[in-house]
Design a protein around this ligand. Structure first.
Ligand code: TNX
Length: 519
């Protein structure tokens, strides 16, 4: 009796399952075309007629267990299949992620992907390359493969070969968590979104006039007081060192390196408000919740300024596995030019003493540049003789021209969020420039890469972040990854359009730009 009931129960569940898959609209059986991958791969050769179908018995074999687990976790959620992960690899599994047999040209972050009826093989020299290949594979599957509910499939991947590698090593996204604070979960959500487009740096703008967001041992008022507000006067917030380490690790698992920024000597009101002794006049200013820039400065003539910043940089460096700490240096309108030079020179030395290289906004070219310092260009001009001179002498440049890459610029005059001081930046404008030939005198080999900063004076929620980042972030990601020979607005707009169904499925609040032929 008991077993009959159980069998009956099973039959009901099976019937319900059949009914469910009959009702769930099956993903289209036509494979995603190779031409819709963002960023465009260096070379792809689809094999017409050949496909691989991921079935319920599929397993993942991998030389890097973490990447196999990452892929299997995504696919288990959407397919409902068990998807065991075999590391080291075993024979015959349908998806193979291997650190052997990749062609030399793929470098540290590139990969080769082969899809035949027998399965998918991704080969790379380094784990980062396998991870990039996995992102490509995910894009070749129906969008529902990345969804959070079980769908019926079929899970078809078009046959063919891709050999791919990035144009630039630095492909960044910046999030300003100072003007408005974003929780660990909100930052991790953004990390997942940028990882899909092969971004490999997350620049966190951790301090500014409106808030100090990272706990520093022995300097509790920085966060307890300096972190207690934000633009408009909300509650602000901050990361404990453990929370910051969690973001770093989450990003690292997605082959994204965190670049933490403490902005200085300007953009420092939150620190100055927290500790009176950091001010030249010994008086702490009030907390600031407006959106002006250029009114604050660390006191460059006081030794305590450097002792304080040494503590901050030491702790941040210890928490940060990446090679760079961003030391700000922008819009120091309240610091005399000579003081700015003294200050930036010393901060570069302090950064080096803690084993890191400095990244800084491009105004740093007015100071003397330490070996290895990288300058981030953010202006709206196409010529800057001081930046070009520094580049000629060996300083690498990260390109973030505000009138193309600033994700906080409005798309059109009717965009509700954002600012417009650098102009309106529709998707075509975000895409329409060449990082390797944009600034006169700054040629391809002088460029470390690109970054899309998202300043958050007007940005308060994940939905706001997504509205400003999508679809422009993928445009900047493509400029960073794809060879200039693939640059083609019409083709790119179609590739972007093909991402729309995925963003819809994932609940990404993207801007439906009329420049993109969304399906
Ligand atoms: C300029 S560009 C800034 C930020 C603002 C941003 C707003 C740069 C290095 N500094 O302080 O948030 O404009 O778009």
């Amino acid at each position: 009796m008991a077993s009959r009931v159980r069998r009956l129960g099973l039959a009901v569940i099976l019937a319900a399952g059949v009914l469910m898959s009959a009702m769930t609209p099956a993903a289209s059986a036509a494979p995603v075309p190779y031409s819709s991958i963002v960023p465009a791969p260096a070379s792809s050769t689809p094999a017409s007629g050949e496909t691989f179908t991921l079935g319920s018995g599929v397993a993942v074999s991998t030389d890097v267990a973490g990447i196999g687990d990452y892929l299997a976790a995504i696919l288990r959620r959407s397919t409902g299949y068990a998807i065991p992960v075999h590391s080291p690899p075993s024979d015959g599994d349908g998806v193979r992620l291997l650190l052997s047999g990749a062609p030399d040209g793929v470098g540290d972050e590139g990969y080769q992907l082969d899809v035949t009826a027998a399965g998918v093989v991704i080969r790379a020299k380094q784990a980062a390359g396998l991870f990039a290949g996995v992102q490509t594979l995910l894009q070749l599957l129906p969008p529902a493969a990345q969804g959070s509910t079980v769908t019926a499939g079929p899970w078809v991947v078009g046959g063919g070969k891709i050999v791919d590698h990035p144009r630039f090593g630095y492909r960044g996204a910046m999030l300003d968590v100072s003007r408005h604070f974003f929780s660990v979960a909100q930052v991790e959500r953004y990390v997942d979104q940028i990882a899909r487009y092969k971004i490999n740096r997350l620049h966190l703008h951790l301090s500014d006039d409106q808030g100090w967001r990272i706990a520093i041992d022995g300097r509790d008022r920085l966060t307890g007081y300096g972190g207690s507000t934000q633009v408009g006067g909300g509650p602000g917030g901050f990361y404990t060192q453990a929370q910051y380490a969690e973001i770093v690790a989450y990003a690292q698992q997605r082959y994204i390196t965190v670049v933490p920024e403490i902005d200085m000597p300007g953009h420092s009101n939150a620190a100055l408000a927290s500790y009176a002794e950091l001010n030249c006049n010994g008086k702490a200013p009030a907390l600031y919740t407006g959106t002006d820039v250029g009114f604050s400065s660390f006191c460059t003539s006081k030794e305590i300024t450097y002792t304080f910043l040494d503590t901050v940089i030491a702790q941040l460096a210890a928490l940060t596995p990446g090679g760079y700490v961003h030391i700000g240096g922008d819009e120091a309108k309240s610091t005399k030019p000579a003081d700015y030079r003294t200050f930036m020179d010393r901060i570069q030395q302090i950064t080096a003493a803690h084993g890191k290289k400095a990244l800084a906004w491009h105004e740093i070219v007015n100071a003397s540049l330490a070996a290895g310092t990288v300058a981030q260009f953010w202006d709206t001009t196409t010529s800057d003789s001081a930046v070009a001179a520094a580049a000629k002498k060996g300083t690498k440049i990260v390109m973030s021209p505000a009138n193309h890459t600033y994700l906080d610029m409005k798309y059109t005059s009717s965009t509700k969020l954002g600012l417009d001081w650098a102009g309106l930046v529709e998707v075509k404008k975000a895409y329409g420039w060449n990082p390797g030939a944009y600034l006169s005198g700054v040629t391809e080999s002088m460029v470390a890469g690109v970054e899309a900063p998202l300043w958050t004076e007007t940005i308060k929620t994940s939905a706001d972040i997504e509205y400003m980042a999508f679809p422009r972030l993928p445009a900047i990601a493509e400029l960073g990854w794809s060879a200039w020979g693939t640059h083609d607005w019409t083709a790119f707009s179609k590739r972007l359009a093909a991402q729309g169904p995925l963003w819809k499925l994932l609940g990404i609040n993207y801007y439906k730009s009329p420049q993109v032929p969304w399906p």
